[in-house]
Write a protein that binds this ligand. Sequence first.
Ligand SMILES: *Cc1c(COP(=O)(O)O)cnc(C)c1O
Length: 400
Amino acid sequence: MTGKKFNPATQIQKLGNFGEFGGVNPSITDSSTFTFLTAKTMLDTFHGESEGCFLYSRHWNPSNKYLADALAAMEGTEAAWVTGSGMGAITTAILQLCNSGDHIVTSVTTYGGTYAFLKNYLPKFNIDVSFVNISDLAQVEAAIQANTKLVYTESLTNPLLQVSDIPSLSEIARKHDVKLVVDNTFTPMILSPFILGADIVVYSMTKFINGKNDTIAGAICASNDFIAAISDVNSGTAMLLGPVLDSLRSSSILKNLHTLHIRMIQHSKNAMYLAQRFKEIGLKFEYPGMPEHPDHELFNSIRNEEFGYGGMIALDLKTAERAASLMELMQERGVGYHAVSLGYFKTLFSNPGKSTSSEVPEEIQRDMGMSPGLVRFSVGLDHDIENTYKLIHSCLIDME
Ligand SMILES: *Cc1c(COP(=O)(O)O)cnc(C)c1O
């Protein structure tokens, strides 16, 4: 990287792909299958021995390749593969790495669907999972066993916004010859997990990367070897379970990816503004951009500075009833929408205990430090965030 700091936005910009007829955007693939001029090339392609040939869209197609190449550039990985959902990316990566009888060490705070997959689904395959506090590095290392295949975490955990110490986790993983898999859904561009030492980076592109809440999609960014392994026609998890992204969606997401850097800066700027105002009026909340956040220094030491601290704030209203009345009032007064998901241009808010983390049993939610009155904000791209704050403030005053 010629001594210069890695910058995900400039990596994408350098790609400069355009369409085969000179269109400024790459042409969209509208085919599930592809023709071959010779029988031999088709056979070679089946065996993964022909460069640049497309066989069948569940395997690869040009639109998915354009998007995958852009994501690989953003992460600094050799390759990437795009999936029909974030869960498709997470489950593919995990099932590729593990066989029956293997073991996983994971952060206990993860996306609810990921938690449910690790906790309820993997036992079907006799894959054992240890849930740890990912900030306690000694606990992480102590949980690794002879049959451990991977350590799993989210760079910024959902919903408590704990920052994973990716460089230290990577050191531990390498020492024990296990893979570090990081879900970077909350912090695209802000954190570059692969550059920090992760082996595999997974995304729900449904969130910030696409940013429009018009589709579900995911991605796996990793080495050429890993991407070749998941797409192998005889044994690849992606090829055989088939969670591929549709090519029309790929081309749409690629266009949105090109504005991601600007959006991340604005999400971060607006969230920081709200966090500062929340602090002034003495609210209890988590935002990793505030010096009071326990992982603030760690975040500063690993983030790509110019993109800020992200758009997520977790506000603690103590009880589910108070959280509900604040959210109802905020929606009524136009702060944003009471909806799950994140990374949208409008502000979204939800109570994780009653929604996205409801898969996590209540006593574990308590152990995680998750308050029943948590309101998770995904701060939007509002032009006038000062006015948004005034609206939130009026709701806080008027709620019962
Ligand atoms: C939404 C989300 C997922 C799941 O992604 P889908 O696109 O909904 O399948 C995984 N991890 C995190 C952190 C998420 O926010």
